[in-house]
Every structure is written in C-alpha cells, then in structure tokens.
Design a protein around this ligand. Structure first.
Ligand SMILES: NC(=O)c1ccc[n+]([C@@H]2O[C@H](COP(=O)([O-])OP(=O)(O)OC[C@H]3O[C@@H](n4cnc5c(N)ncnc54)[C@H](O)[C@@H]3O)[C@@H](O)[C@H]2O)c1
Length: 418
C-alpha cells in the first residue's frame, strides 16, 4: 500500500510522519521546493511538539520521502490550503489544482481522500473534475455504488501544539461519496487512528467540520461580547465569568483580542456563504470576533489619554503574535492585526515579543517594529500590551510593576481589567 500526502503543512506533514511511523511507505508531495528539501533532511519547517524527532526517524528509516513530483499511489490524501477570498467566499483553487495533478497519475482502484476543510458540495465538485479529466475511469456519484475509484471527505480536527497526539487519538468522521469509498477510507484510517472512526456521507462530513469550528467561534464571540458589556458597565469580566462558571451547566470561554488561525476565523464563512439567510448567529459571531482587534486598539488609545500620554513619546511592548498560545502560527492572528493597526499611532518605539519565532515575517515592517525578548521589551516600555497567553508570559506576572500601563487582553495577570 503506497500513501501520498499532498500538501506538507501543519496538517499534511504530521499526518505523513505519523502514518510513516507505522512502517507504511509514505510519499509527501508539495509544490514548495524548500519545504520538500527540508523534510528530506529530516527537519520540519513548522514548529509542532515532537514532530522533529518523529520526522528524523521516519525519513532516516526510509518510510517518508518528500517530492515536488507526484507519482502513482494507492491512496492520495489532500491537505492543501483552503483560504477565503477577499469577499469571504471559499477559495478551493489549491484543492482543484491538487486534484488535477492527481488525475495525471490516477489508476483504477485508487482512493482520493480530502482532508482540507471545504464547503458543502466540494467533494462532489472534485468528483466532477476527476470525471472530466479522466474519461477512462468510472467516477462514483453520490448515488451510484459503481466506480473505478473511491473518493471521501475526512476532515481534520486537531489542536495546534498537540497535533501528533490528537491525529492518533481523536475520533474521525469519514464521509465517502458512496458506500465503497467510505469502507475503503475507514480501513485506511483504522490503520493509524486509535479514536473512533465514524461513518457518514460526504456532505454531512463537510458540514460537520464547519459546524465544529463555528460552534467554537460562536462561544468565543459570546465571551468577547461579555467583555464589551462588562467594560461598559465597569465590571471585571474575568471575575464575572469565574463566578458564572460555578453554575453546574454554564461554561463560558475566555474573552481575548479576537479569533485567528486557519480554521475558526475562516470556516464559519463557508457556512455563511452556503446558507446566508439561515446562518445569522454564525455571521454575527464572526463579526463580533473580527471587531475585537479594533476594540483593543481603542483601549490602548483610551489608556494613553487617561494617563496624559501621547503615542509619539511612548514605547509599547506587544506580547505575543501567534493566533493562540504556545505555537508559531501567525495566520489570521488578531495579535498581528492589533500591532499593524497600532502602527498608525506612531509610537516612539514598538517592541514585539514572540518566543516561538526567530524573525518577523515580511508583512511586519522591520522599520516600525523590533522583535526582542520579554525582559528587554518590558524594561524598555511604558505600555505593556499582552495579546497572547504564552506560558512564558504566564510565568512572568507583571501585576505589580510600578509606573507601567498594563493592558492584559487574555486575563492572565491582572484581576482588575478596567
Ligand atoms: N492547521 C490546522 O490546525 C488545521 C486543522 C484542521 C483542518 N485544517 C485544514 O487543513 C488544510 C491544510 O491546512 P494547513 O494548516 O496544513 O496548511 P499549510 O498552509 O500549513 O500547508 C499547506 C501546504 O500545501 C502546499 N500546497 C499548496 N498547493 C499545493 C498543491 N496544489 N499541491 C501540493 N501541495 C500544495 C503548500 O506549499 C503548503 O506546504 C486546510 O484546508 C485547513 O483548513 C487545518
């Protein structure tokens, strides 16, 4: 059995390494030459717990090899990006391009599995592409059992920072385009997943993935809305939530500077796009979470004013850039949005602290920002803005620092957040 993983990023690379660790031959395919070359040296281009150790092992033993050329395989597993366009419509062009590449080497009895997050109906769209590119193969439709190949949608639901463990332990939803596709895909996942493998159809599996992240988004939006209400009513939101959560059936999440990452900030739009009239709560949640970075900037402006300060004479330390704690992923990060917006206030100096990266990405202007360590940023700044609850920041409480304005958007230090 030969497995090929298309797209060797945060999902594809750990998946490839995990499957290879079961002594199954895996070929990794990516369009990025640098990523391929780094993987073949046994070095991960992303930071993920235990990934470097596992990768080195499976590459050295010859179970995983990466390439920019796609070869024949038994199973093709697609884990390429699915961003949203400027108008918030899903962009599945990377998936379509990967499928067209697969069509060049696809054979009878092969299985194509989509793990990329996709809008409802996209698996069928992929089947149509295969059908038009490969007229020699019978492609199953949602109703037909007959088919020379198998196509399934099997979404990923891992937690960045704990991906390798969750890939193996989480339950999986497996939705084939027909029963045979589901059965074949189920057998594949059972070879490396210890969690339950739950069978369904492709459309239910597609919506299931989107619903999971929309659920998270709506719950975070509720917490964020509470933080705005509390601020308006001069009540400490962290204390409020702590007290409310003593109710046996209430479990409010923590507010923050917004929602980021490749999933929660993006996937709800796939539902909004498919059912705009029905997805009202989902859309409002997105809007509430998207406005949070602006609210943080307003809070900084208010703090300057209350303390009779002007930005041009002030230095600010912005703590954390990633979209959540203890990871290096800056995609859609609300912290990045906040620092970019603060730029226009013309601070004398803006120090950025992100312990999980070595240099600033090109979209963060090095003339405006300086990446420094926690101690240096805090000692040189009169405003400290905490944006991400990294462990390193939790360890260094600034609660009692004299003469500094501390704005803690994650509630890890201050007990009074007004
Ligand atoms: N990151 C997560 O935590 C997470 C969780 C669940 C689901 N997902 C979904 O998984 C998918 C992949 O996400 P990711 O975070 O791994 O993305 P990523 O950007 O980290 O990696 C994607 C990789 O695909 C490569 N690529 C792009 N086009 C390609 C093509 N045509 N052929 C081969 N390779 C190609 C890129 O070079 C890149 O290395 C997305 O749909 C995402 O929504 C991600």
């Amino acid at each position: 059995m030969k497995i090929t993983i298309l797209g060797l990023g945060y999902i594809g690379l750990p998946t490839a390494a995990l499957i290879a660790s079961k002594n199954i031959k895996v070929c990794g395919y990516d369009v990025n030459k640098e990523i391929v070359s780094s993987i073949n040296k046994g070095k991960a281009h992303i930071r993920e717990k235990n990934l470097d150790i596992l990768l080195k092992k499976v590459v050295t033993k010859g179970y995983l090899k990466a390439d920019t050329v796609l070869y024949e395989s038994d199973i093709f597993l697609i884990a390429v990006p699915t961003p949203i366009k400027r108008n918030k419509e899903p962009d599945i062009s990377f998936v379509k391009s990967a499928v067209k590449d697969i069509c060049k080497v696809l054979k009878k009895n092969n299985t194509v599995i989509l793990e990329s997050t996709i809008p409802v109906g996209a698996t069928q769209e992929i089947a149509k592409i295969i059908s038009s590119e490969r007229k020699d193969l019978r492609v199953p439709s949602s109703v037909g059992e007959k088919g020379d190949i198998n196509i399934s949608y099997c979404p990923e639901r891992v937690l960045p920072g704990n991906i390798l463990k969750e890939l193996e332990m989480n339950d999986r939803v497996i939705g084939g385009i027909n029963k045979k596709s589901t059965k074949i895909s189920l057998a594949f996942y059972k070879s490396f997943v210890k969690g339950k493998c739950l069978e369904t159809d492709n459309r239910t599996a597609e919506l299931c993935k989107l619903v999971e992240n929309s659920y998270r988004d709506a719950n975070i939006a509720f917490a964020n809305e509470l933080s705005l209400i509390s601020e308006n009513l001069d009540i400490d939101v962290w204390n409020l939530i702590k007290l409310a959560n003593h109710h046996p059936r209430v479990n409010i999440l923590n507010p923050g500077p917004g929602v980021g990452g490749h999933c929660i900030a993006i996937d709800p739009w796939f539902i909004i796009n498919s059912a705009p009239r029905q997805a009202r709560l989902i859309k409002l949640s997105r809007e509430i979470n998207d406005q949070m970075p602006f609210k943080v900037v307003s809070k900084v402006k208010r703090s300057l004013k209350v303390n009779n300060l002007v930005a041009e004479d002030s230095t600010i330390a912005c703590l954390g850039l990633s979209f959540k704690a203890n990871i290096d992923d800056l995609r859609e990060s609300p912290a990045v949005k906040v620092v970019n917006k603060l730029k226009s206030l013309n601070f004398k100096k803006m120090y950025l602290v992100e312990p999980n990266i070595k240099k600033l990405p090109s979209y963060l202007d090095e003339n405006k920002f300086e990446l420094v360590n926690f101690k240096s940023a805090v000692s040189k700044s009169n405003i400290v803005l905490l944006l991400v609850d990294h462990s390193e920041f939790r360890k260094n409480s600034l609660k009692k620092q004299e003469g500094k304005i501390i704005i803690d958007t994650r509630g890890i230090w201050a007990s009074n957040h007004k």
